[in-house]
Write a protein that binds this ligand. Structure first.
Ligand SMILES: Cc1cc2nc3c(=O)[nH]c(=O)nc-3n(C[C@H](O)[C@H](O)[C@H](O)COP(=O)(O)OP(=O)(O)OC[C@H]3O[C@@H](n4cnc5c(N)ncnc54)[C@H](O)[C@@H]3O)c2cc1C
Length: 507
């Protein structure tokens, strides 16, 4: 594999100067290494930061090694900039839809993409002190800026300095994979590492990939005014999600102006003086579309290059570094956490995995990754969020379920907000109220899934949810209403008959 993992290229304004001063200060001098560390952490994204700060807080001697920018993908080229852009896009959509609420917006309202991106850069800079070299140092972590390489069973080299460890953590994350699309290597294209450095809106924006990143960015750029073409493998989007859930988002993306281009497996790319051509030659369904910017968002590849993993017996493949359930690699002194080893590539998962690693590596803990109940969300409008099992997974595992789906169209707050597309779906173990999985499609599904995750974690069933008072009117009432649906199934003809008789007798 080539080392394609590059530091982001940034427009050099005051916000990015602040960002860089925090996450990769130009005048940074690596400290003199301690004779030995409890923990050497390679990678300063969420997984590495939480490992290092958590361990140092417990009294461990910790070194953190970061090649590019502290904060990793999430702060610099992932969650933070993408959600800032999505917020700006939502503002644009709200103005566009204002007439439906009786708010007359004068003609000629425009989006200033440059300003929206500047806002994103400002907010990213505002958040960056949290992940800064200065803060880490104040918290007792020795920060080394440079690439980390294992050089022996207990040593890591960074810029010619040797760090000796008792335990090490690989937290080097992942990057956008370059899929084997004919022509890709001959055309200019963006990934998440370069997308957030745009300062002008592409007029015609191509996106390859209908996963969360592709869908979030396609919808946001369409709302900001680009003509967006999203190439997907087949039909449908967000393949992990229930088909009816993703169909709601797909319809919303269509309304935002996204054009879906199918047959992505037959896609060829060609350079054009005015951009990139997306070409598919399928009889009757072919296309040849010119875009002036192209985002590739198909899969992720692990950042393993230059780590010297072979030398220390750490096995990996083209997707992940291999770990056991305790997040130990094939070298028992070296652990891994975050995107580098996880099938769930999310910031909150990187965070919780780092906490498992601290317990297991430093205190001989027995915490297991498989015990985690992991929610996730895709921040399109509406959002899709999920936790636990999908119905198809429950079936594969031989778990019989009852499913309760509450449409938002009968929830007052959703009606009043004009956000009736969506639902809350809860799967319970058949014949019980034990929640085994849930999907929410709603404007703020990412916030709503927390209640269902808490219920699963605390082993609180639908009976507890239905007995919990939810403020009126909220969209979260849809969650309580799934409990009403459950309760109705408890009302067997026999029970109903008994109740009728009692009521007749007490009349
Ligand atoms: C566009 C986009 C949007 C996203 N949105 C969300 C979201 O809304 N919610 C969510 O939960 N997740 C989101 N994610 C995923 C999230 O960003 C990742 O799951 C998270 O950043 C993983 O953290 P990590 O620490 O494992 O890896 P990273 O954040 O990738 O950090 C790894 C660090 O290791 C460094 N490194 C690599 N090799 C070396 C080396 N040899 N020596 C030293 N350092 C090295 C890298 O420079 C990097 O800083 C998004 C991702 C993208 C791309």
């Amino acid at each position: 594999m080539n080392d394609q993992h590059q530091p982001p290229v940034l427009p050099w304004d005051s916000h990015n100067q602040t960002l860089v001063a925090n996450v990769h200060p130009a005048d940074w001098k690596n400290p003199t290494p301690a004779p030995r560390y409890n923990f050497v952490v390679i990678g300063g994204g969420t997984a590495g930061l939480v490992s290092a700060i958590g361990a140092a807080g417990l009294g461990a001697k910790v070194a953190l090694v970061e090649k590019h920018f502290l904060g990793g993908d999430c702060l610099n080229v992932g969650c933070v900039p993408s959600k800032a852009i999505i917020r700006a896009a939502r503002a644009a959509a709200a103005v566009r839809d204002a007439a439906g609420f009786g708010v007359n917006v004068p003609d000629g309202v425009t989006v200033d993409f440059g300003k929206a991106m500047e806002r994103m850069r400002r907010l990213r800079a505002d958040i960056s002190p949290h992940d800064s070299a200065k803060r880490l140092t104040e918290l007792g972590v020795d920060v080394f800026l440079g690439g980390g390489t294992f050089t022996g069973p207990d040593s890591v080299d960074v810029s010619g300095q040797t760090l000796r460890f008792s335990k090490a953590v690989i937290a080097t994350g992942a990057r956008a994979a370059a899929p084997p699309i004919p022509g890709l290597k001959d055309v200019p294209y963006l990934t998440n590492e370069t997308l957030f450095s745009l300062t002008t809106l592409p007029k015609r924006f191509g996106v390859i990939g209908a996963g969360p990143i592709g869908c979030e960015m396609a919808q946001a750029f369409a709302r900001l005014g680009a003509e967006v073409f999203l190439v997907r493998a087949e039909t449908g989007i967000l393949p992990r999600e229930d088909r009816d859930a993703s169909a709601i988002v797909e319809a919303a993306m269509l309304r935002a102006g996204v054009t879906f281009l199918d047959h992505g497996k037959q896609l060829q790319l060609a350079k054009d003086p005015n951009g990139v051509r997306l070409q598919v030659n399928v009889p009757g369904q072919g296309y040849d579309v010119l875009v002036d910017q192209l985002l590739v968002a198909v899969g992720r590849a692990p950042n393993v290059e230059g780590l010297g993993l072979e030398a220390v017996g750490v096995e990996f493949d083209n997707k992940v570094v291999k770990v056991n359930d305790r997040l130990q690699t094939t070298n028992s002194r070296i652990y891994a956490c975050g995107d580098i080893c996880s099938p769930y590539q999310f910031t909150h998962v990187a965070d919780v995995m780092a906490r498992i690693v601290i317990r297991n590596a430093l205190f001989n803990g027995r915490a297991k990754a498989s015990a985690l109940i992991i929610p996730w969300a895709t921040y399109t409008s509406p959002e899709i969020a999920h936790v636990g099992l999908y119905e198809k997974e429950a079936k594969e595992k031989g778990i019989a379920v009852d499913t309760f789906t509450q449409e938002l169209s009968t929830v007052d707050r959703a009606i009043l907000d004009g956000e009736t597309e969506g639902f809350v779906r809860v799967h319970v173990r058949k014949g019980t109220d034990e929640i085994v999985g849930a999907t929410v499609v709603a404007a703020h599904a990412g916030d709503m899934i927390g209640e269902l995750t808490l219920a699963m974690k605390g082993k609180l069933g639908l009976k507890t949810i239905v007995g919990t008072i939810h403020p009126y009117p909220t969209q979260a009432e849809a969650i309580r209403k799934t409990g009403d649906l459950y309760n109705r199934t408890r009302l067997t003809p026999f029970v109903k008959n008994l109740m009728s008789r009692w009521l007749a007798w007490t009349r």
